[in-house]
Design a protein around this ligand. Structure first.
Ligand code: BES
Ligand code: MN
Ligand code: ZN
Length: 499
C-alpha cells in the first residue's frame, strides 16, 4: 500500500473512494460530510432520515456519486456515540472501513483529515492512527493460498489534509507506517505454521533484521547453552528434533548511557504440552506460542528504523515443546543460568522455564529495565478474556512507564497482583523452585515464577495468551495473529529515548 498526502481541496479530489464519518447522536452531517452531502443532492442526509445510516460504531454505507463529485464513491463510516469516541476507537473504525473497501475491490482509498478532528486530537496522532488503521485493516494472511488467492488489494491510500498542519500529519504518517509495518510483521511471523517457523528460521529472521539495521546479533547454540548452564531452556527443548536457539539482538542507540532496556520474548515455535500433552482441540493454534518472540523482533525492526536514543537488548529463547523419548519428565529437576534449581511439575508450563534463563541472561548482558512478552497462561484468558493483556511487575515506576507507553500506543493492559502471599506457589519440596502449583491463580503463578529470575531489576511481564490472536475479524484485527503489544514496545523505546 502506497501512501500519498494530498492538499487539494478535498471536495474536488478524484479518487475511487472517499471515507466520510458520521457519529450516532448527531442531528446533521458536518464539515466535509456536509459538503459532500450537498453536492450529492442531500442523498446522505436522506439515508440518515430513513435510518439506513445510523452512525453506529463500525457501520459502513457505500454511496455512489454518479459524477456529482470527482470521487467515485463515498464510504460513510459510523463512529458511534461522539462522547465515547477515542483515538483507539477511531483506529478500529477506520480499519473496519478499510477492510470493507478492500473486500469490494477498491484500489484507492482516501481518508480526509479535516479541521473537525483538530479540536479533539493532535495532527501527529491523527496521521499516525489513520495510517495504522489502513495498514492493519488491510492485513491478510494467505501466503499458501495458491489457487484461490483473493485479487483484492488496496494499492494507494491518500490522506487528504485540510485546515490542519501538513508537516505534523506527515510526521504522524511516517511513524504510523513504521508502527503498523512492525505489527504486521509480528502477525506474519506468528501466523506462519510451525513447520515453516522453526527456531532456526526465527533466528534467520532475526539475522535479517540485524543486517538491515546494523545491529549486533548473536545466536547461542545448544553447546553454548550447555556451557552457560541453561538447563531450564534446554530441558524444554530436549524433546524436539529442532535445536534450540537463544537469539540476542542489540540495538545500541545510546552507547554513552549505561542503561539498557531488555525485551524478552517467548519463542516456543510449537507447544504440544510435552509429556503432559495438550488435548487435541485447537492444538494447531500452538504454532502461535512464539507470538512474544515475534512481537519483540518486530519491535526491534521498528526501533532500528526510528533510531531512538536508547539501548535495547532483545533476548529470545526459541525452541519447540515436544513429546518424545528424550522429552523432559514431570518431576525432573533442572539447573538454570541463575544457579537456582527448578522442579518440573508440569511439562506444559514450559514458557516460564525458557524465559527464566532468558531473563537472567538479559540481566547478565546489561539490561537494567526488563519487559517480557509471552503467551504464558490459559489462566490469563479466564481472568481478562481476549482484548486486554495481563501485566505483572516488581517495580511501580517501571510499570507506570509501560502503562503510559501502552496508552499512547492505544493498546490495553491491566495489572494483576503479585503479592508476597503468592510466593509459596513457586516453592518446591526438593528444589529451589517449581514451575506449577496446580489449580488457582495460574497467570499469577507464571508471573511469580518469572519474578524469581528478574529479582531486583525493574521488570514488567506481559501475558498475551489472550490477546496474541483472535478467532474473529474485528476492529483493527483480522482472524489470526494480532501483533498485540508491538506498538507498546516501540513506544517504550521511544519514550525512554526521549524521541
Ligand atoms: N502456551 C500455553 C499458554 C496458552 C494457552 C497460550 C492458550 C495461548 C492460548 C502455555 O505454555 C501453557 O500451556 N500454559 C499452561 C500452564 C499450566 C500447565 C500450568 C496453562 O496456562 O494452562
Ligand atoms: Mn505450554
Ligand atoms: Zn506455551
Amino acid at each position: 500500500m502506497q501512501f500519498k498526502v494530498s492538499t487539494e481541496p478535498i471536495i474536488s479530489l478524484a479518487t475511487d473512494c472517499m471515507i466520510i464519518t458520521y457519529t450516532e447522536d448527531r442531528d446533521r452531517l458536518r464539515g466535509l460530510a456536509e459538503q459532500v452531502d450537498e453536492k450529492l443532492d442531500h442523498r446522505i442526509s436522506q439515508l440518515i432520515a430513513e435510518r439506513e445510516i445510523k452512525g453506529e460504531f463500525g457501520e459502513v454505507t457505500i454511496v455512489h456519486t454518479w459524477g456529482k463529485i470527482p470521487a467515485k464513491r463515498v464510504l460513510v463510516l459510523g463512529l458511534g456515540k461522539e462522547e465515547k469516541l477515542t483515538l483507539e476507537k477511531a483506529r478500529a473504525a477506520f480499519a473496519i472501513a478499510t477492510r470493507k473497501a478492500k473486500s469490494i475491490g477498491i484500489k484507492e482509498l482516501t481518508f480526509a483529515i479535516t479541521q473537525k478532528y483538530k479540536d479533539i486530537w493532535n495532527p501527529v496522532d491523527l496521521g499516525q492512527v489513520v495510517v495504522e488503521a489502513m495498514m492493519l485493516g488491510a492485513y491478510e494472511y494467505s501466503p499458501y493460498k495458491k489457487k484461490e488467492k483473493t485479487e483484492h488489494k488496496i494499492e494507494r491510500a491518500i490522506v487528504a489534509v485540510d485546515g490542519i498542519s501538513l508537516s505534523a500529519v506527515e510526521a504522524g504518517i511516517e511513524r504510523g507506517h513504521i508502527f503498523a509495518e512492525a505489527q504486521n510483521l509480528a502477525r506474519d511471523l506468528t501466523n506462519t505454521p510451525a513447520n515453516r517457523m522453526t527456531p532456526a528460521i526465527l533466528a534467520e529472521k532475526a539475522k535479517e533484521i540485524a543486517r538491515k539495521h546494523q545491529m549486533e546479533i548473536e545466536i547461542l547454540e545448544k553447546d553454548q547453552l550447555e556451557e552457560l548452564n541453561m538447563g531450564a531452556f534446554l530441558g524444554v527443548a530436549q524433546g524436539s528434533n529442532e535445536p534450540p536457539k537463544m537469539i540476542i539482538l542489540k540495538y545500541l542507540g545510546a552507547p554513552d548511557c549505561k542503561d539498557a532496556i531488555g525485551f524478552i520474548g517467548k519463542g516456543i515455535t510449537f507447544d504440544s504440552g510435552g509429556i503432559q500433552l495438550k488435548p487435541e482441540k485447537d492444538l494447531d493454534e500452538m504454532k502461535g506460542d512464539m507470538a512474544g518472540a515475534a512481537v519483540v523482533l518486530a519491535a526491534m525492526n521498528a526501533i532500528g528504523t526510528l533510531k531512538p536514543h536508547v539501548n535495547v537488548i532483545a533476548v529470545i529463547p526459541a525452541c519447540e515443546n515436544m513429546v518424545s523419548g528424550h522429552a523432559i519428565h514431570p518431576g525432573d529437576v533442572v539447573d538454570t543460568f541463575s544457579g537456582k534449581t527448578v522442579e518440573i511439575k508440569h511439562t506444559d508450563a514450559e514458557g516460564r522455564l525458557i524465559l527464566a534463563d532468558a531473563i537472567s541472561y538479559a540481566k547478565y548482558l546489561g539490561a537494567t529495565k526488563l519487559v517480557d512478552v509471552a503467551t504464558l497462561t490459559g489462566s490469563v484468558i479466564s481472568a481478562l478474556g481476549y482484548s486486554i493483556t495481563g501485566l505483572f511487575t516488581n517495580n511501580e515506576e517501571w510499570k507506570k512507564e509501560v502503562f503510559a507507553a501502552a496508552k499512547i500506543a492505544g493498546e490495553k493492559v491491566w495489572e494483576l497482583p503479585l503479592d508476597d502471599d503468592y510466593e509459596e506457589l513457586v516453592k518446591s519440596d526438593i528444589a529451589d523452585l517449581k514451575n506449577d502449583a496446580g489449580f488457582g491463580a495460574g497467570a499469577i503463578q507464571g508471573a511469580m515464577f518469572l519474578k524469581q529470575f528478574a529479582e531486583d531489576t525493574p521488570w514488567v511481564h506481559l501475558d498475551i495468551a489472550g490477546t496474541a490472536d483472535t478467532k474473529e475479524t474485528k476492529g483493527i484485527h483480522a482472524k489470526g495473529a494480532t501483533g498485540a503489544m508491538v506498538r507498546t514496545l516501540i513506544s517504550i523505546a521511544i519514550r525512554f529515548g526521549g524521541k
